[in-house]
Write a protein that binds this ligand. Structure first.
Ligand code: AHR
Length: 506
């Protein structure tokens, strides 16, 4: 197999949106409790934050983290999570059939986010609650003081406002499973009025309206159209969510899911712009892809959900702790490529979730923390994608798939940082059997050399199902990509079968 990619210094599409490298912490399973927070763990600090997990989070480098849900937020009372811990109520979380102790809440998350050096993206409850609770939360978080809610924050130990800029107007309210599920018209009006009231408290905030929970929703397209027809003026982004999994061993289609992701994004862009045109708006609404990942949700729907209910009400049960293999990591790399390729319109994206729950980082209660295979593409891209997103012209041999017909054997994205002169290519080889001879023509760049080349692929003695289990936590990671070089103004490299590679040029 082979592929030729052409890049041109003058053909760029956007500044790299640094918020593309976001993640998500939900009060779900063991993401918070025994994930980022576990008082009594040997590695916990005096606030109960696990230092081992924090270290891995800092290494992975997320820029923004969505909190506290997810489905959880649609039944959540944020006031339960502030004030003296001993006074906080134990509640039933219907979304995940769990007892929520509220030992961890807003102040704890703000402190943790400072330690992790990430921006906060706060989701409000528009399932069971509305305008009043939302504007109270903005006042509590962002008003300096001298008012009811801001003084309560100060009494609770935070003199300075939290200054939270980014807010989600609810979660997946298009989904019948969501507590407080709504029609598009009901939600559109509620989002509009809530957004207005929140901005009247703090006009510097940015707001994300709920879009479709996935492209297969029967209301996909009409939902976005109706919601934005109501709320276009008041919101800044519309959300997208999508989870993908390998079905019935069909690895070829699974490896092509970024084609589906590209089409989903293009569909949402078209819908936003149709509303913009019809409404004669000048402002541009963009996309927050605030939940995406590989997730075997059939296992949750067919087995786990019933098992959790049968086990009765418990605190932080083990939930959707998927173990990721080489194939999953390559697919995650292609999703990051897709998001970057759409950097002109997708300005925020959050891999769901950060720890334990379909996560790149895992931890055991009282035990170790480790990286999953999917950690690596995220870490490399979050660190290396800088400057401008380059436009790519790709011509590649094709792979036949059951779901998506013939697709390119490679999936790529690239950035160019004018300040450092650095070009970085991120390229997956989707073929399960053959290496790919890649040529990248560099137009308008003089004297570039390969200064780094690495790949994530099947390790020696492993296969495409190899994962980083606790016993062999480093089985899959980035390894040198040999023989990548610039010859006559073109990069030449051989991409191993089933791989995601990074080639740095300077
Ligand atoms: O990330 C897991 C769940 O997936 C979230 O709670 C929900 O928003 C989505 O359906």
């Amino acid at each position: 197999a082979d592929a030729r990619i052409t890049i041109d210094r003058d053909f760029t599409i956007a500044d790299v949106p640094r918020r593309l490298f976001g993640s998500f912490v939900e009060h779900m399973g063991r993401c918070v409790y025994t994930g980022i927070y576990e008082p009594g763990h040997p590695q916990a600090d005096e606030r109960g934050f696990r230092r081992d997990v924090l270290e891995l989070v800092r290494e992975m480098g997320p820029t923004v983290i969505r909190y506290p849900g997810g489905n959880f937020v649609s039944g959540y009372r944020w006031e339960d999570g502030v004030g003296p811990v001993g006074d906080r109520p134990r509640r039933i979380d219907g979304a995940w059939h769990t007892i929520e102790t509220n030992a961890f809440g807003l102040h704890e998350f703000v402190d943790w986010a400072r330690e992790a050096d990430v921006e906060i993206m706060e989701a409000i409850n528009l399932g069971t609650r509305g305008v009043e609770e939302a504007r109270a939360l903005v006042e509590y978080s962002n008003h300096p003081g001298g008012t009811y809610w801001s003084d309560m924050r100060r009494r609770n130990g935070a003199e300075d406002p939290f200054g939270i800029k980014l807010w989600c107007l609810g979660n997946e309210l298009d989904g019948p499973w969501q507590i407080g599920h709504k029609t598009a018209a009901e939600y559109g009006r509620l989002a509009q009025e809530t957004a207005k009231a929140m901005k009247l408290v703090d006009d510097s905030i940015e707001l994300v309206a709920v879009g479709s929970s996935n492209r297969g929703m029967p209301t996909f397209g009409t939902w976005e159209h109706t919601v934005l027809t109501h709320a276009y003026d008041e919101v800044d982004y519309i959300s997208m969510h999508a989870y993908y999994r390998e079905l019935d061993g069909d690895a070829e289609s699974f490896l092509a899911e970024a084609v589906e992701m590209d089409a989903f994004i293009d569909g949402v862009i078209a819908t936003i712009d149709a509303v913009k045109a019809a409404g004669k708006h000048t402002k541009q609404v963009n996309i927050s892809f605030d939940e995406w990942n590989v997730w075997d949700f059939d296992r949750y729907n067919n087995e786990e959900e019933a098992a959790i209910a049968a086990a009765g009400w418990r605190e932080h049960p083990r939930l959707i702790e998927d173990t990721y293999n080489v194939t999953d990591a390559v697919v995650v790399g292609t999703f990051l490529n897709s998001l970057l390729r759409h950097g002109d319109r997708v300005h925020i994206a959050n891999q769901a979730q950060l720890v334990n729950v379909i996560a790149p980082i895992r931890s055991e209660q009282g035990g170790a923390a480790w990286r999953q295979t999917s950690f690596w593409p995220f870490e490399r891209m979050a660190r290396l994608a800088r400057g401008r997103v380059l436009q790519l012209a790709v011509s590649a041999s094709q792979i036949a798939t059951k779901q998506y017909g013939d697709v390119d054997s490679v999936d790529a994205a690239a950035t160019f940082d004018e300040e450092t002169g650095r070009v970085v290519l991120f390229v997956a080889n989707r073929s399960l059997e053959s290496a790919n001879d890649l040529t990248v023509d560099l137009r308008g760049f003089d004297g570039l050399r390969v200064v780094g080349a690495e790949t994530l692929t099947i390790p020696e003695g492993g296969d495409r199902f190899t994962s980083n289990l606790e016993t062999t936590p480093d089985a899959v990671h980035m390894v040198p990509l040999s023989a990548a070089e610039v010859v006559d103004g073109s990069v030449r490299a051989t991409l191993p079968a089933l791989s995601w590679s990074v080639i740095e040029l300077a």
